[in-house]
Structures are given as C-alpha cells and as structure tokens.
Design a protein around this ligand. Structure first.
Ligand SMILES: Nc1nc2c(ncn2[C@@H]2O[C@H](COP(=O)(O)OP(=O)(O)OP(=O)(O)O)[C@@H](O)[C@H]2O)c(=O)[nH]1
Ligand SMILES: [Mg+2]
Ligand SMILES: [Zn+2]
Length: 355
C-alpha cells in the first residue's frame, strides 16, 4: 500500500488535491506543530519543516496554518531532511476551541480525526456536564466519540458500573469503556479498537491518564507522564504539544495536552446531536415559540417535573445554546468586536494612568 494511504490519505483527500499544486509540491502529514515550525512525514521518518513566506503572510486566521494531523503541500530538500510547507489541504474534520482570555480567537487542536477518545477518570474528574461539552464539540465536527473511563482501579467495580449507567443515560449511542493503566484492564480491548489508517485523538482534562494510556498501548514509557510525587508539576500540563504517533498496526493516535476548560464553543449541530431528546421534547410543546421557562403545555418542563429529564442536563443545554448563539456571529464580526473591546480597554487603562 502507498505510504500516504497507510497514514490515512485516501480518495477523499486525493479528490481535494489542488491539481495546480501537483506539479511542484508533494503531500505529507503534520506530526507535530511547534512555535514556528512543524514536524511532518511522508510515511518514512520525521522531517522538520518551515512555512513558506507566502503561507505565513497570506494567512490571517489560525485556520490557515497547519495543525497536527493536517495534510499539507510541501517541497522537500537535502535528501528529505528539510521541507517548506506551502499550503494545507482541506480538512475532513477539525477540532478547535476558543483561546483562553481572548474573545474570539480559536486554537486548533487537531485535524482529520476519525475517532475521539473522550477521557474522564472515575475519581474526582468524572463530570457529566463536562462530558456533554466534549460530546457536543466532537459531534459538531462529525467525529465519532468513544468515552473512556480511566483509573478504574481506584474505585470498586460497582462504582464503575454506576458511573457507566449515568453516562449511558446521557449518551445512549456512545460506547463507554472503563480501563486501568495500572491493572491493564481493557487495555487490549482499546488496542484492538484501533484500526490501521484511522486517526484517533485523546481528549480530556489534565491528569486523567491520556499519555499513560498512549504508553500502555505502545508498551513503553516513551512519552512523559506526570510523576505522582512531583509537587512543582501540580496544575501544570505534562503534555505540552500535540503529537501524532503511528502505532505498530498502522493506526494513528494524537495525544493532546489536558484542557482546563473547553471555553465557549461555536457549536450548533453538535449540541442538537448531544441533546437530541430535548429537541424531541420541544416538538411537543403546546406553543411553537415556547421558551421552556414558564409556559403552560411545555413538554420540557413537564418532563423535568416528571423526573424524566434531569434539570442539570437541561440547564447545561440552555447554557451551551446561549454561548453558541453569541459565537454564531460571523467570524469577522467577532474579530472586529474583539479589536474594539481591546481598544476600549486600552483607552480606559490610559485614562486611568493619567489620573
Ligand atoms: N490510579 C491510576 N493512576 C493512573 C492511571 N493512569 C495514569 N495514572 C496516573 O495519573 C497521572 C497523570 O497521568 P498522565 O498520563 O500524565 O495524564 P495526562 O492526561 O496525559 O495529563 P496531561 O498531559 O497534563 O494532559 C500520573 O501520575 C499517572 O501515573 C490509572 O490507570 N490508574
Ligand atoms: Mg499527557
Ligand atoms: Zn416548552
């Protein structure tokens, strides 16, 4: 098989290929992204690559630059020891999140993911509302989610079953697998679910055991995990970059740094899919424009009162809807607002200083 196909290149990307670029550039995949350069591969070893001036200066949003998992156009030099990236092929899927602090800048997490492993540990980290956020983000991008419950050595099997039940109640169509890196329970099952040519991504809070799982799967301590006793690492992310790792069987796995918060998201269909039963209920409200807050004949309020719909789940839905309505403004509109806001802050600071 073709080396690129081995890494998940196939007809879909071949069809996206810009024939105008065919004559001059080769296709490669991004393994990791550092500050101003990338590591890319054509399937036989890593190559350091920099951006062409044209790519850098013509890009005006983070979407234009490559992220881990991207397929890119590149020119190779010096026996394939160095490359220049000239462009990014259209993406099949893209995981992104809002950058902390700024109003509307996005950070790309990874591109061209087939399956996202959403990981929560069964101890303090387990949280259904956060899980709903991850699910919405993954659904929005048409990526298949799979929920992994880590550290199941820390609680009793009964407790694991209870947690699983809770998850199934909010995500009945998503597979849930509990595992432990320490007892190796279900590690083989996870390994067997990884298919050649497919790209997987590990998502979840810092410290849930993502990198440890990667090490469990490859069978060596290749990647750095958090040492339990190291005090200075508290609150810090152990994994700092996103790296695509090709496993022995040809599957690709991207480890990501834990996200403290997902931030507000521009999600729409992802919310609908994650909360599909709420949408169904809404169709039965007496009034078409029901706000589901105090109306008579509201099917959602009735379901909450009857204990058929968890109020916290409904509140999370409303909150995410409100956020996404704001983020549905056009990107440029938001950037403008962002800039205006920045100017306003600056002028306030200046006038404060004067005083
Ligand atoms: N009890 C228990 N602890 C685990 C398990 N897997 C990992 N840990 C511990 O959890 C801590 C964090 O593991 P990491 O793999 O570094 O977590 P991470 O999700 O990669 O964290 P970031 O890179 O910061 O996002 C380490 O101290 C691991 O030893 C497990 O199955 N059971
Ligand atoms: Mg890690
Ligand atoms: Zn209603």
């Amino acid at each position: 098989m073709d080396k690129l196909d081995n890494m998940g290149y196939g007809d879909w990307f071949r069809d996206q290929f810009d024939v105008g670029k065919k004559a001059t550039h080769e296709v490669a995949r991004v393994v990791a992204v550092h500050k101003d350069r990338c590591v890319i591969t054509k399937g036989d070893g890593d190559v350091f690559a920099e951006y062409s001036g044209n790519l850098l200066y013509s890009s005006d949003s983070p979407f234009d630059l490559p992220t881990t998992g991207d397929w890119i156009y590149a020119d190779f030099y010096d026996n394939d020891s160095f490359a220049i990236i000239h462009g990014v092929l259209p993406r099949k899927t893209l995981l992104k999140r809002k950058t902390a602090g700024k109003l509307v800048e996005f950070q790309l997490i990874a591109a061209n993911i087939d399956v996202a492993f959403i990981m929560q540990s069964v101890d303090y980290n387990f949280n259904l509302r956060r899980l709903e956020r991850y699910l919405a983000m993954v659904h929005e991008n048409q990526i298949t989610p799979l929920i992994l419950l880590s550290k199941c050595d820390l609680v009793s099997p009964d407790e694991v079953e209870e947690i699983k039940k809770n998850i199934i109640s909010i995500a009945p169509h998503t597979s849930v697998l509990a595992f432990s890196n320490f007892t190796r329970e279900n590690i083989t099952a996870i390994k067997n679910s990884l298919l050649p040519g497919k790209t997987y991504c590990l998502l979840g809070s810092s410290g849930v055991g993502k990198t440890t799982l990667l090490n469990s799967i490859i069978g060596s301590e290749q990647f750095q995990t958090r040492a339990v006793s190291k005090k200075q690492s508290k609150g810090r992310h152990t994994t700092t970059s996103r790296e695509l790792v090709q496993l022995g069987n040809g599957a690709m796995l991207i480890d990501t740094p834990g996200m403290r918060e997902l931030g507000n998201m521009s999600i729409d269909t992802g919310i609908d899919e994650t909360f599909s039963e709420i949408l169904e209920l809404a169709e039965h409200c007496q009034y078409r424009d029901c706000s589901h807050t105090n109306e008579k004949g509201c099917a959602i309020l009735a379901a909450i009162n009857a204990g058929e719909l968890d109020e916290q789940r409904y509140k999370n839905y409303v909150k995410m809807r409100a956020e996404s309505a704001f983020y549905d403004m056009s990107y440029t509109e938001k950037r403008k607002k962002d800039k205006e806001f920045g100017k306003m802050v600056k002028s306030v600071m200046k006038s404060k200083k004067k005083r």
